[in-house]
Write a protein that binds this ligand. Structure first.
Ligand SMILES: [Zn+2]
Length: 368
């Protein structure tokens, strides 16, 4: 069953550390999964994992991609008394850091757990109680009594640190855990690759598991520059807005099916985002219609994906962001629904299968 395979892939990948720039262990896992499907893989200089499924050369080629890295920290300083200072890597929510469990990624079998210290409550003054402590002032206690002990454990400046990997199977088919962003996308992409390879028809599809998205959103660009696809389909979370604190943001519901972004813009200094190519919007609307699958819509500022940069490669790439609804983004425990992952997988296979000789990327065919 597809849903059982998605569950296994997601739960296994949530437990594998893969900070941006340090994706090796996740890449090795995914490489094995692709090889099980009979797909051969290659890795570029940045670490992107690429597999190509051959198709009709007369049809526009597709790059179907998702990122395999996760946000976290690196060691900034080791204090003489053995406490470890953090530098942030990616969009870490500072107000949700104190008292989190972390994992210092020294190497397989040598990783060390630690906790981001929270000042003892009994010593917390009233004026400190509702204050967020900046990450610069936080420290990790990994049980060491001196800097020498820390270094003897293999921990040094630059050592990757992630939220301690965890998976919780909640009610229904909902799963909470570490880096659902974007291991859920990776699980979907493995299953989508299976479906596309089995279809043995349609366009050439390059499957890309990309790197460093949480760092600078440009890891996928090197893959696109070599593959030069006509179409780029990016998979990642879509912000769910069905919790008490998020209602004003939009209409995306967890468990309500896959979603597509009609507009994204970062809006915090990065003048970038993605407005999808109209042919891609129609393609997936029609595919969802054929499957009688609900397709949710998202449009807001505050987030962007690496499709923002991939769309600018060469003479331009017809791009779209598709995804699964997710709650509590970038927290140590993120929440997604397996039914949405299954729907997204089916949507991808049907949409890509719908790219035939009648499909046009000519903007003039899509004037409304
Ligand atoms: Zn992501």
């Amino acid at each position: 069953m597809m849903k059982d395979r998605l569950r296994k892939l997601l739960c296994e990948m949530m437990m594998i550390p893969g900070l941006s720039g340090h994706e090796g262990r996740v890449r090795r896992y995914l490489k094995e999964r692709l090889e099980e499907l009979g797909l051969s893989t290659r890795t570029d200089m940045l670490g992107n994992l690429i597999a190509t499924i051959d198709g009709d050369p007369a049809l526009p080629s597709v790059m179907l991609f998702t990122h395999m890295d996760q946000l976290g920290f690196v060691v900034r300083k080791i204090e003489p008394d053995g406490f470890i200072r953090l530098e942030r890597l990616g969009g870490v929510p500072e107000r949700a850091l104190a008292s989190q469990a972390v994992l210092l990624c020294v190497g397989e079998g040598r990783d060390r757990p630690g906790i981001i210290a929270n000042k003892s409550h009994h010593a917390t003054a009233p004026e400190e109680k509702y204050k967020v402590v900046p990450y610069m002032d936080l420290y990790v206690d990994a049980g060491f009594g001196s800097a020498a002990e820390v270094r003897a454990a293999g921990i040094d400046i630059g050592t990757p640190i992630i939220y301690r990997p965890a998976v919780m199977e909640l009610g229904g088919d909902r799963i909470a855990g570490t880096a659902a962003d974007d291991r859920a996308g990776c699980a979907v992409l493995v299953e989508a690759a299976r479906a596309i390879a089995e279809a043995k028809a349609g366009p050439m599809v390059h499957i890309v598991f990309s790197v460093q998205e949480e760092f600078n959103l440009r890891g996928a660009v090197t893959a696109a520059q070599v593959l030069m696809p006509d179409i780029a389909i990016q998979l990642d979370l879509i912000l769910a807005s069905d919790t008490p604190d998020m209602g004003y943001r939009g209409e995306v519901r967890l468990g309500g099916g896959p979603a597509m972004s009609l507009y994204s813009f970062h809006g915090r200094g990065t003048l970038n985002g993605t407005i999808p190519h109209p042919a891609m919007v129609s393609l997936f609307e029609e595919a969802a219609g054929r499957l009688s699958l609900p397709l949710q819509r998202s449009a807001h500022t505050g987030a962007l994906t690496d499709s923002s940069y991939v769309q600018l490669v060469g003479g331009g790439v017809a791009s779209i962001d598709l995804g699964f609804p997710m709650r509590y983004t970038h927290s140590s425990l993120e929440l997604c629904d397996l039914n949405d992952l299954e729907g997204l997988t089916r949507l991808l296979a049907a949409g890509i299968g719908g790219i035939d000789s009648t499909f046009s990327l000519d903007r003039d065919d899509h004037i409304r």
